[in-house]
Design a protein around this ligand. Sequence first.
Ligand code: ARG
Length: 599
Amino acid sequence: MASVPSLASTVQQRLADALSAALRETGPAAPSPRPAGWGDPMLRRSDRADFQANGILALAKKLKGNPRELAAKVVEAIGPNDELKEIEVSGPGFLNITLTDEAIVKTLAARAADDRLGVPYAENAGTTVVDYAQPNVAKEMHVGHLRSAVIGDAMVQILEFTGEKVIRRHHIGDWGTQYGMLIQFLIEHPHELDHEGVEEVTGEEAMSSLNRIYKASRALFDSDEAFKDRARNRVVDLQAGDPETRAHWQRFVDESKIYFYSVFDKLDMEIHDADIVGESGYNDMLDETCRLLEESGVAVRSEGALCVFFDDVKGPDGNPTPLIVKKSNGGYGYAATDLSAIRDRVQNLKANTLIYVVDARQSLHFKMVFETARRAGWLNDDVKAVQLAFGTVLGKDGKPFKTREGATVRLVDLLDEAVERATAVVREKAEKVGLTEEEIVENGRYVGIGAVKYADLSTSAARDYKFDLDQMVSLNGDTSVYLQYAYARIQSILRKAGAVKPAAHPELELASAERALGLHLDQFGEVLSEVASSHEPHKLAAYLYQLASHLTTFYDQCQVLSADNPPELVENRLFLCDLTGRTLHQGMALLGIRTPERL
Ligand code: ARG
């Protein structure tokens, strides 16, 4: 395989380049400024040939010329090109294009020889801060936190893979007035967070202590005026940095982290302590942020509060709804923290892009925060700030997901149930595959967690989706299990092949299912770079699902290990299997989903 020349781009890209060069040579020069799409051959996969180019028709229409004539000239201008098998003008002025089998296999072979599967690094990589997986201290995690974590983790991995420098920020909710109540309670009941005789506190235990304290302190706060006063004074102490108060606050944060880490671990997701920079981390900047906003006139005093106004943001009564950066009682809100975080991320972390993976219900907040930061000069045209807004998780009834009693569903319960169902699915086939009990348990976890992640990642983030475990662990359809089985099946074939190893044979003629699979494999890098810039991980999920579907058709139509096949054919088909497997494995890993070797 080492003798295969390294081909930097995809075969589709080279074809598109050759066509647009020919278009530029034949058609008139592009007017300035160049209209969008000028000279784009608009290549599409086609059933009749490998590709159809529709761009000439569009160009001829713009020029009011004869599209078939222009098409014929383009064909002539392409000249000799040994990757092209056939190119013909068809219909009103399309080009039907078939590549040589050799061009396809050689391109794939070059990809296979590379650890990165030929995926290029982004040309102008920069620094992106991704704000995701941001649960709140002393509170149970729910499905909304799941979405942020899953989508954010996929974005982080995809961006890193394409060469971007990524800084993760878990903007946890660890600040605010409710800590006055919690801390005061803990000071008055100092043993409530002790875990007597317990060597290692589990996430469940940590959460149940926190829940208990939360409920008890809330009840006191609501019923006991004197406690309420003490709790309010405690907030002042906390903000002033009183050491005893801070120490108790820290106990809540530490206890919550035990719980967060246990959930992230269940989710099979790596979170690092250094990346947890909660709301409290910006506390020292709040004063200055507000002062700068007021001095520059971006924020003004209104009814005692410091506010930023927007022409296009009005409440239902028609009055403007401002962004409140400092309340009339002197307290800072969520917005002041996010504005300070922008300053930190742009000025100190030198980010070019800020991505916030946050519920769509916070879209107005981010719109106002970004606009305020632009007015203040903290965001300029060189910095892109986007909210990767996600929709709501719905129950089977199409309403926001709740328990039968109407409470929010605990994330851990959902994950446990997914794993349980998946384990049952794995167990059904386990005997046939020869899995040990240990493997069943491990695969059950990978399949269950994969199912939950994939269901989230396979619909566009902006859309709501129904949390339906039956559908998620189904073996048929657009599910992670289907993809995981596709991968495991490839591995089983490769094992069965024994001493016969995958090897590319560009001289062989390809069957149509092989071409379709090969041309789809060719697109991996392009899909990744598109996903990295559009922030749409569902497009990677869709690509992988199509890949598995092409593989299924290929199996149906092309025997891999048949005794009737000449050895080169077996090797070449194993080569296609192997590259498909590696692509599935890499793509799924970027989505945070494991692909067991045997399933
Ligand atoms: N902790 C918040 C929540 O649970 C999400 C934080 C989002 N990030 C941010 N920078 N505001 O809703």
